[in-house]
Structures are given as structure tokens and as C-alpha cells.
Design a protein around this ligand. Structure first.
Ligand code: ZN
Length: 333
């Protein structure tokens, strides 16, 4: 079934990883708990769903879901009774996975599978489990219900409890080549020139490239750059900061996280432009005009890391954005 959305052909890159996963599935040796780590938007979630389809499929062939049976279609529609996805819940102030979500999953995971011979549970954003949730999950992974397979997804496995990591097989999804991203963008209808630019600045993640293209990412990067230009020229006013606060108020936590990442990458480009490949090669002439001492840049990067962590916990986005810009301006003096 060429058009089945959960087929390995839909995944860009990761050939060796796919080969390994298919072998595990085909030989009935898929680990009972596995961590897929790698940058956001790189293909972890798609891979996990393809694995789920193949593991629940009636007629998998060489670790591929058949794409035609009822089980395949139910997984693709997220309505399969033996397929369970846990994702972070977002409120105005916090984005995390709570113990109640893990308990709800556990209540199902211990039941016998309904349609298939096993169950598959995906925990997307596993690093966003709060401590109670992580400890609760740990108990399940220590004594897993037989027939249940857990796939944890996270950008960075070191953010998970060591006790969880030690009980899971780890699979790392490497960055994609610029050419792979470029070709994928073109095949999805992006024109060649834009595909070039997006591929270069996407840091090896197709998802990030698509976000830059479709969700105003380029605009956000422009906001970040222009704030830094103003700061370096001592012309970022209080009004500018409050205006950014107003804009940020309308953003999701993810949008603001993206904005912070653009800030950090531009700061890195200012300080490391001469020794490593820049994240924003298309902006190099503007970035090279930002004059800030190395000491200040490092302090600003550290500040960004602090605020990025605060973003994951209890924080009002607008106040956070304003506090960040005020502190950034302080550091430039
Ligand atoms: Zn099938």
C-alpha cells in the first residue's frame, strides 16, 4: 500500500535505524521498552507509529505494516484499542505529563490486548514527565505487563531518569543531511531556492524546516535577530519590550521555545562564526554587524538557557518574555 501514511517509505533518512527496527519486528525481537532520542522533527514519532502499526498488523512483511488490514488502519487513525499515546498536556502556565496520565495508561496497559497479540504505548515528550509521573512509569517498566511494548520519545535521553534509561534500549536518530532535507522539501512542493535556504538553517531536522516554512518560523527568527540588533546598538526601548510581550502573549509555549532557540543560535553565530559552521548562514552579513564582547555573549547564552528551563515549568509567557529581554539588555551594558 504505497499511500498508507505509516509506511517506512514516508520516513526521510535514517536508513540504518530503519533497517535495524524492521529486523527487530520481523524477528519478533522488538525490545519491551525503547527510547528514541534525537532532535525535534527528525522522524522519531513517525518511526514509532510505523513500528506500532507493524507490531499490531495482521500481515507484516519484513517489519513493514501491510497498510491494508484493519489493525493498520486503526493505528493510523489513532483509534486502535491496543495502541496508546501519551503526550504532554499544555495549560496556560505549564506543559508536562502528569501522573494521572501515566496512571490512565497503566490501567489499560495491564489489560489483555483486544485486537492484536500485544499492546504498544508511545510516550512522546518523555522528558516532560514530572517526577511523580516518571517514578510511576518506572515501576511499570521494571515489571512490564507482558505483551506491552513501550516507546519513549525525547530530544535528549540524558534528561530522563537514569533508572528509566537503564531499563530501555536506546536508539538515537541522527541529524539528516542537508541534501535529504532539500529533496524532501522539493518533493513536497517547496521551490528549489526556498528549499535550499530552509535546508541549510534547519539543523538536520525536516520537521524544523517545515516549521520554519509553515508556522512563521522565519518571522520569529527575524524578531529574535532584530531584538539582538537593537540591543547591541543600545536602542531597544521599554516600549519595544512591552510590544514583544504583547506578541508573545498570543504564542503557544512551543512558539516561544522556538523563539528562544533562534535567539540562542544567533548568539552562537555571533561568537563562533569564525570557528564553526553557522546556524544562520543566510543572515551572516547582519549577524557579523552585531558587536558584542565574547564575555557578554556567553552571559547572554547562559541567560537564555536559564529562561528556557523556566519555560518548561510554571511561568507566564508574557512576563517571562519581558523579563528575558530586560535581563538581556542589562547584560549588553
Ligand atoms: Zn496491516
Amino acid at each position: 500500500m504505497e499511500n498508507f501514511k505509516l509506511s517506512w517509505e514516508k520516513l526521510i533518512g535514517h536508513a540504518a535505524t530503519v533497517k535495524y527496527l524492521r529486523k527487530c519486528i520481523a524477528e519478533e525481537k522488538f525490545p519491551h521498552a525503547v527510547i528514541f532520542s534525537g532532535a525535534e522533527g527528525i522522524g522519531k514519532r513517525l518511526s514509532a507509529e510505523i513500528c506500532a502499526a507493524a507490531l499490531l498488523c495482521d500481515n507484516p512483511v519484513d517489519g513493514k505494516p501491510c497498510g491494508t488490514c484493519e489493525n493498520c488502519h486503526l493505528v493510523a487513525a489513532h483509534t486502535h484499542p491496543d495502541f496508546y499515546v501519551v503526550e504532554p498536556e499544555e495549560t496556560k502556565t505549564v506543559r508536562n505529563i502528569k501522573i494521572g496520565q501515566i496512571r490512565a495508561m497503566q490501567a489499560e496497559a495491564i489489560l489483555r490486548p483486544i485486537n492484536s497479540s500485544r499492546r504498544v504505548v508511545i510516550i512522546d515528550g518523555a522528558e516532560l514527565m514530572n517526577t511523580a509521573a516518571a517514578n510511576s512509569l518506572l515501576k511499570t517498566i521494571e515489571e512490564p505487563p507482558s505483551q506491552t511494548i513501550f516507546i519513549l520519545l525525547t530530544p535528549n535521553r540524558s534528561t530522563l531518569l537514569m533508572t528509566i534509561r537503564s531499563r530501555c534500549l536506546s536508539i538515537n536518530f541522527e541529524k539528516l543531511e542537508t541534501d535529504e532535507i532539500r529533496a524532501a522539501l522539493i518533493s513536497q512542493g517547496t521551490d528549489a531556492e526556498e528549499a535550499d535556504r530552509l535546508a541549510i538553517i534547519s539543523s538536520g531536522s525536516l520537521g524544523r524546516a517545515l516549521k520554519l516554512k509553515d508556522s512563521g518560523g522565519l518571522q520569529m527568527r527575524e524578531e529574535a535577530l532584530s531584538a539582538l540588533e537593537k540591543i547591541s546598538q543600545s536602542r531597544l526601548t521599554n516600549e519595544d519590550i512591552f510590544k514583544t510581550g504583547e506578541t508573545v502573549k498570543e504564542w503557544s509555549r512551543d512558539n516561544f521555545a522556538d523563539f528562544m532557540v533562534y535567539m540562542q543560535k544567533i548568539l552562537r553565530d555571533i561568537s563562533f562564526a569564525e570557528i564553526s559552521a553557522p546556524y544562520n548562514p543566510d543572515l551572516s552579513s547582519r549577524i557579523s554587524n552585531i558587536k558584542l564582547s565574547e564575555r557578554k555573549i556567553f552571559a547572554m547564552i547562559e541567560l537564555g538557557a536559564q529562561f528556557y528551563r523556566r519555560l518548561q515549568s510554571n511561568a507566564n509567557l508574557r512576563l517571562l518574555a519581558e523579563a528575558y529581554l530586560f535581563r538581556l539588555r542589562e547584560l549588553s551594558k
